[in-house]
Each structure stands twice: as C-alpha cells, then as structure tokens.
Ligand binder design. Structure first.
Ligand SMILES: [Zn+2]
Length: 454
C-alpha cells in the first residue's frame, strides 16, 4: 500500500457514507489508523417516512403512488436494466414525465437523462443502482424501490437521496418473493468475486447472503422499520418512530405458539434438511410431487396446519427466523435449522407472541394517522399552503433556473417556496423573514418573486 512507501506517514482521514460497525473497524485496520478520533453524525433521517408493501400488482401500486404525488420529483429503483426499461416505458406511455438510467445506455444518453431529472424536465427517474452517485438534488420527494435491493447499506443509501432539504419525504419498498431469487443470482454470478481464491470467494458470498437475509427480514418485521435500520448500523433508540408504516399500522398481539411448535417440530422430524417452503407446504398439507418425493407426506406434522392460510404461515416462519428460534443456512439452499432457543418451544416452556396487522381497517387507520401527524407537525406543509400560488412561484423558479442554467433548487428550495406561499410577504423586509431568503438571494431574485406574490 502506498502509505507504507511514503518516507513519513501523513495525517490521514477516512470518510464513509453508510457503514456498519464491522466496516468501520475494517477501515481503521486497513489504513492502520492509530488511536483515531471517530466521528459519527448519526444515521437517523426523521423526515423520511419509511414503508414496505408486498402488493400483488407492483406496477398498479407504484402508479397509484405516483398519481398521488403530482408535480413532485421521485426516483424509482429497479434491480435490472430490463425492469427499468419496462417500468419507464409503461409510465411514459401513460403520460407520466419519466426518464431512465442504467449502465446499458450510452454515456450521452445517461448524461442527458440525468440532467433532465436534475433540472426538473423529467419528474421521475427510473433507474438501477447505477444512478445516484454524487447526485445532490434536494427536492426528490419520494424514492420507490420497485424491487428489494441486495442489502440495507444499498437501501439506506438510495433512500438517502430523498428530501435532502429536510422536508417530509416518502420511501416505499415494494417487496416480491422474486426479488430474493434475483439477488441470490447476482451473488452467485458476481463478477467482482471471480478473481478471488475459492475460500475467500465462499466467505464473501456467505457475507452477501447474510446481508440479503437481513434485508429480507426488514420487509417482514412488524416492528418499527426505522429502528430496524438504525440497529443494523449500530444505533440504538426507542422502538417507535411514529413515521413508518409499522408504527402507523394497527397491530394486535397474537399467540402463535401452536403454529411455531409445529414448524419447529416439522423441521426437527425431517432432520433439518429442507428449506422454508417445504416445511410450510408440509404443514399446510400440499399434495405435490416434491412433497411426496421427499416423503414429507409421511411426516407426523403433515397437514396439521391445513386450516391456517399460507400467508399467515409465512408470517410466523419469518417471525421465528427474525427472533432466532430458527435460522437458515447461508448457502444457495437456505436450509432451515434449529437454534438453541427452539428447544424451549418444543418443551412447552415458552409462549410465542407476535404482532400481526389487524385484518380490516389497516389502510384507513394508516391514512388517518398520517393526516393527524401532518396536521400537528408543522405549518410548513403544502396542504396548508396556497397551492395555486406555489405553482406560480415554481414556474418562475424554473424560468430563472433555465436562464441561469442552474438546477431549480439552487434558486430557491421547495421549502422556501412553500414558506413564501404560506407567509405571502409583501415587501423586502417581509421577504427576508422567509426561511432560505438572505440578502444575497433577495438582491438576485427577490423582486421577481415579490411581483408574483403581489
Ligand atoms: Zn417506526
């Protein structure tokens, strides 16, 4: 390494965006930092609303979301180039202002599309994870993950591009079972690992599978989503943020001990050889060739849970994995194994309670909660502002931005325009009271905005 070749070791600083405790320690080791001063500014972004959904029709859910955010900028992340093409094409066909970005496009097209998004010419950017490095656009109001990304590091970095000006922003992750499979394929075919020796390669793959697992559990936890992420990065706060889909969903506590016992029992009696789907199919009494081939139709737990809906079995299975009553191996087979905690359940020493969403009224309750929260949080919300006026101010901002060839948010941020449309300043003094308007900006743009306000 270059450091050891220097005649005198200089002062060294290392910077990173989103790194777990392990990665931070690795950085210190690799750079051989001696007794470094470590500064972490914290991972929480309280203005971002976090949510996860597993819809049957991802496109319809996404479209519905975009329609509810007219005139706002957003990024839609997809796992593959093909998916980017598909989603962007459909959106454009239906009249949305969308552009695309992935590594398969020419440099020229990538640059044009990126500029269109930065300068608000296209409101929606549909992209793979190739998009976003070094993009500092403050008014991205939502980030939708059309597919679950490979790990929480990527996820948090990508949603981090939402509402950098501190205004409320929304992050929606659309989970589908296929996402896990696609990510597993990426791990197995990762070109970066091809040159590694077989042992290191195996270790790297195991680590990536472990990260994917943590990402997948995020999609299933019924606890606070923010807390889940912050804990992953080693930050411990309370288990309630009040601004994520789990905190705002009505849950009830359900005793699932019987289901858990059957799951653990089925895993044990089949000698811990199968994946979660085989265990669940067995308990549900599936009559398939696979189950017969494995002889699972002879298992003492075959069909004992035939009356429990499959989605509920899946929820309990995920809960047992999340709470480490069961684990899955980090290879491509993902075989379910018992943990030390499993025994206590079988011996009837432990009751297992889990939070489950109340079947009805979940959606309406969430909407009500959101509304209530909005009302109380701040007057700096567009719903309290004069929307028509805001649109006019925005149009002027875009005009100035074009004249000066700068992105609109450099002129004034959305926050400032909202402030203006709420406070309606009439002169220089009042204008200078608006958040984000200083004398420099006033001298440059103030008069033109005052004209519209008048
Ligand atoms: Zn929460």
């Amino acid at each position: 390494m270059i450091l050891s070749k220097l005649p005198k070791r200089p002062v060294i600083s290392a910077f990173t965006a989103t790194a777990t405790k392990e990665v931070r320690e690795d950085i210190i080791d690799i750079l051989m930092l001696q007794d470094p001063a470590v500064v972490s500014t914290g991972y929480d972004r309280p203005n971002l609303y976090l949510s996860v959904q597993s819809p049957k029709d991802k496109y319809a859910t996404m479209k519905n979301f975009v329609e509810r955010h007219p005139g706002q900028c957003g990024i839609i992340y997809c796992l593959t180039r093909k998916m980017v093409e598909e989603v962007c094409g459909k959106l454009n066909k239906e009249g949305f202002s969308a552009t695309r970005y992935h590594a398969g496009l020419s440099d020229a097209e990538r640059r044009t599309n990126q500029d269109d998004f930065i300068y608000d010419k296209s409101l929606i950017m549909v992209a793979t994870n190739a998009f976003g490095m070094g993009i500092d656009k403050s008014n991205v109001r939502y980030v939708i993950h059309y597919n679950m990304p490979k790990n929480l590091e990527s996820y948090y970095q990508e949603v981090g591009r939402c509402s950098r000006d501190g205004e409320p922003g929304e992050c929606l992750l659309l989970y589908g079972g296929q996402d896990v499979i696609t990510n597993q394929m990426f791990i197995e075919s990762n070109q970066d690992n091809q040159e590694l020796d077989p042992i290191t390669r195996k270790l790297v793959e195991e680590r990536d599978r472990e990260r994917l697992k943590k990402m997948t559990y995020y999609c299933f936890t019924n606890d606070c989503l923010r807390d889940y992420i912050l804990r992953y990065f080693g930050e411990y706060k309370e288990n309630y943020c009040g601004n994520c889909s789990n905190c705002l969903t009505g849950f009830e506590t359900v005793d699932v001990t019987d289901i858990a016992k059957a799951m653990i029992g089925c895993t044990e009696t089949s000698r811990q050889r199968y994946g979660a789907n085989v265990i669940m199919d067995t308990l549900h009494g599936a009559n398939t060739a696979k189950i017969r081939n494995y002889g699972m139709n002879e298992n003492p737990h075959y069909a004992v849970l035939s009356k429990v809906p499959v989605y509920k079995l899946r929820q309990v299975m995920n809960h047992l994995l999340l709470k480490e009553y069961l684990s899955v191996t980090n290879d491509e087979y993902a075989i379910v194994k018992l943990t030390q905690k499993a025994g206590a359940v079988l011996n009837e020493e432990e009751t297992i309670l889990m939070k489950m969403a109340k079947e009805e009224a979940v959606i309406s309750e969430r909407k009500e909660n959101r509304k209530a929260k909005k009302g109380s949080s701040s007057a700096l919300d567009l719903s309290n502002a004069d929307e028509e006026l805001f649109e006019k101010l925005r149009t002027l901002r875009l005009k100035i931005a074009k004249e000066e060839k700068v992105p609109p948010y450099i002129v004034f941020s959305d926050k400032t325009l909202i402030h203006m449309s709420v406070q309606k300043p009439k002169n220089r003094e009042e204008m200078l009271l608006v958040s984000g308007v200083g004398t420099f900006k006033y001298d440059k743009y103030g008069e033109r905005f005052l004209e519209i306000l008048k």
